[in-house]
Ligand binder design. Sequence first.
Ligand code: AMP
Length: 225
Amino acid sequence: MSTQLNLILLGPPGAGKGTQAARLVEDFNLPWVSTGDMLRAAVTEGSELGIKAKEYMDAGNLVPDDLIVALIVERIGEPDCSDGFLLDGYPRTIPQADALEQALRGLDRSVAATLLVELDDEEVVRRLSGRRMCVKGGHGYHLEFDPPKHEGICDQDGSRLIQRDDDVPEVIRRRLAVYHEQTEPLAAYYEDRGMLKRFDGSRTQTEVHDHIRAALATLRLEDSV
Ligand code: AMP
C-alpha cells in the first residue's frame, strides 16, 4: 500500500474545514475535493444531479448516498487524485465511508488520515449565521470575525457578498442535527481503524493549521520508518 496523502476533513458545518482545506491543498499540492462545492456547481448548472440535490440541500438534509457515492468514486479515480487528495464534506455517513474504503481498496490505496475539527453547537450557529461569500470567486467573510472592508462587497474581486441559502438559522439547526445523527458516528469508525486525528476548532485558524501540519508530519515520519 502506498503512502499517499489521501486525507479526509471531518467536522460539523462551520468548524473551519473549508479554511483548513484551502491551506492544506496549497501546502501539499493536493486536489481539493468538496462534495458541497461539487453539488452547488451542479445546482448552478441545472444538471440532473443539481435538480435532484437542491431540495435536500435547501432543507439542510443530506443528499442520498447513491448520488454522492457515484460522484466521489468517479472524482477520486481522475488522474489529479492519483497521488493523494483532500476530501472536504465527504464521507457524511457510514455507508459513504464504506463505499470510499471499497473504492480505494480497488485502487490499492487507503485513507492516510481523517482530520476531525471539533466545535460545539453554539459556536457553529454563531459562525454560520455570520458567514458570507462573494458571488464571483467564492471568497469567504464573516460579519463579526472577518468583515469585508466595505459592507456587502468582496475585498478581492469587488463582487457582491451573499449568504448561502443553507446558512439561515432554521437550516443551520437542521444541518447540525443531521451532523450529530449521521456524520458524528464516523469519528468512532475512523478511530477504530486507527486513522482519526482530533483538532480543536475553537482555536485560531493558524493554530488549527499548525496542529494539523504537525500531525501530518508525524504520520509521514511513521510511514517512512
Ligand atoms: P457543505 O458545503 O459541505 O456544508 O455541503 C452543503 C450541503 O450539500 C449539505 O448540507 C448536504 O445537503 C449536501 N452534501 C454535501 N456533501 C454531502 C455528502 N457527502 N453527502 C450528502 N450530502 C452532502
